[in-house]
Design a protein around this ligand. Sequence first.
Ligand SMILES: [Ca+2]
Ligand SMILES: [Ca+2]
Length: 302
Amino acid sequence: MWSTTRHPRNFKHDKRGVSSVIVIVLSLVILVTITSNVIMWSYQMNQLDWKKMQESLRIVDVANVNTTYSSWLTAQSEYEVNVGSRVNGTYLTTKTIDNNGEVFQEEERPPTYRLDINGTFLIDLSDYPPLLIKTIEVQIRLSAVSDSEKYYVKAHNWTNNEYSDLGFNDTRGCTPSNSWDYYSVNFTDKWDSYVQDNGVIVLKFHDEQNDPFCTSVMIDFMGVRVVAYGVAFNLRNNGSLTTHVVSLWIVTPEAHRHFNVDLFLNTGENLTYLLGGVQLQGGLFHIKAVTERGNTAVYSPS
Ligand SMILES: [Ca+2]
Ligand SMILES: [Ca+2]
């Protein structure tokens, strides 16, 4: 009897003891976790601070330049075949230079061997004030199985509502061979007749004449790009770590303009970055370059 009354009390006591041990152990685990996290965090923060302090970016020089190039802009959708046929590939294969292209063939109705295709291209005019655009360039990389027939590029003239090469720097056309040839033209200062207000350019690529040979043309690449006035930023990394520049600012009394960039400079490296569609006016400006680590380099004209 005695033992039966004592035993449960002891059991309760032991249970309470075990609970206390669990609480203490858990508390210790939580404490250790928090402490180690705080130590890790402060170590990482110190590392970041240390890296940030090691960074030393300098804007050496900033100047207006007459010529910058946008990246190549390629066809927005499949080429429209007005006369002739598409034999192989899609417009996607004309987006990169890789010896692989879209093949078009002249229409097989002797003696009328003709080819005429249109492609639509788009320029982001919000990046380029019209006053700062010098011209638009067209480049085609192509090869052909032909009897030395000439091919031409024209563009839709939005003023006259017709396809034209009036004002182009070169209207002689090209004679594609069976190896890869480049055919380039630009619209000179007449470019604005060939670019719609929304930035659309429609190019026409066509053969010269009715001829007795059925020509096949492979277009490896077709693109347009903007040639514009711009600004050259000369940057130098004087620090001991690679620097990643993520932003450039042109600050004037009228406006603070921000440009996203993605520039990596190794230790001791100089880099010139060309930004199209902007110009520096007079001496009332300063330039800022911001790194991913949060450092800012500032340049003011002397
Ligand atoms: Ca022909
Ligand atoms: Ca290609």
